[in-house]
Ligand binder design. Structure first.
Ligand SMILES: *Cc1c(COP(=O)(O)O)cnc(C)c1O
Length: 224
C-alpha cells in the first residue's frame, strides 16, 4: 500500500508545479517504523523528514539511503544531534536557533542547509518569522557563515477557506521570489502537507512534505 501511494504521488507531481519547476517530495516519517520508511524509499522516495530529534536519531541507521530532512520545531539544546546529518533543516524559525546552529556547525567544520520558517497564517500555535519580517530575517540570517539559506518553509492554517489558503500560498511565493532574485542558493519553497499539497503546488510550492497521503493515518497522535 505504501509503495503504491508513493508511486501515485510521484507520477502526479512528475510534471512539476505551476511554474514547471521540479517538485521534491519529502516523506514525513514521524511515528512510522523503519520498515515502513524503507518500503517508501524502495518505492522511489529520495527524501525523508522527521520532526523530532529523538526519532531522527533512533531511526538514522535503520533506514536505507535517503536525504535526511528535519522538519519539526527544533530546540537549541538538540541542535548538536543534527550536525553533519541533515540535508536540510526546514525549521529555522528564530535567531537564537541560528546562533546555536552556527556555533555547532562551525566547530564541526560543516555547513547547515536551512529553510527560513514563515508563520504565514500568523498563528499563535505555530512558530516562524512573520511574513512582514521575512526579508529582514533573511538579511539577518545571512550573517551566519556556516548556515546556507536555501529557501522558505511554511505550514498553512487548517482552513476550508480555499481563497484564503491560495492567497497565503501566493504571498509565500512572492517573498520567495524576492529573495531568490538576489540569492542563487535559494531554490526551495517547502509548502504543502497531505490536506493542502495540490493547492500549494498550484501556487508555486516546489517541495511538499507528505505523511498521511503516503503512509495512511498515524496510529498515535504525534505531539507537534
Ligand atoms: C507531520 C508533518 C507533515 C505531514 O503531515 P501530513 O498531514 O500527515 O501529510 C508535514 N510537515 C510537518 C512539519 C509535519 O510535522
Amino acid at each position: 500500500m505504501i509503495a503504491e501511494n508513493v508511486k501515485k504521488v510521484l507520477a502526479e507531481i512528475a510534471g512539476g508545479n505551476n511554474l514547471g519547476e521540479k517538485i521534491t517530495l519529502v516523506a514525513a516519517t514521524k511515528t512510522r517504523s523503519p520498515e515502513e520508511i524503507n518500503e517508501a524509499i524502495d518505492a522511489g522516495i529520495a527524501d525523508i523528514g522527521e520532526n523530532k530529534v529523538q526519532e531522527f536519531t533512533e531511526k538514522f541507521d535503520l533506514v536505507h539511503g535517503a536525504n535526511r530532512h528535519f522538519i519539526g520545531h527544533l530546540q537549541t539544546n538538540k541542535v548538536k544531534y543534527l550536525i553533519g546529518k541533515t540535508a536540510l533543516i526546514h525549521s529555522l524559525d528564530r535567531e537564537e536557533l541560528a546562533a546555536e546552529i552556527q556555533k555547532r556547525a562551525e566547530k564541526a567544520n560543516w555547513t547547515a542547509d536551512c529553510l527560513i520558517e514563515i508563520n504565514i497564517g500568523n498563528e499563535l500555535s505555530k512558530s516562524g518569522f512573520s511574513a512582514d519580517s521575512a526579508i529582514r530575517a533573511y538579511e539577518t540570517l545571512c550573517a551566519y557563515p556556516n548556515i546556507r539559506l536555501r529557501g522558505l518553509m511554511a505550514m498553512l492554517p487548517l482552513s476550508e477557506d480555499e481563497a484564503l489558503l491560495r492567497k497565503l500560498c501566493l504571498s509565500m511565493r512572492e517573498i520567495y521570489d524576492t529573495i531568490k532574485k538576489k540569492d542563487n542558493n535559494f531554490c526551495f519553497l517547502s509548502m504543502g502537507m497531505s490536506g493542502d499539497w495540490r493547492l500549494c503546488v498550484e501556487c508555486g510550492s516546489n517541495m511538499i512534505r507528505l505523511g498521511t497521503t503516503l503512509f495512511g493515518p498515524r496510529r498515535y497522535p504525534a505531539r507537534q
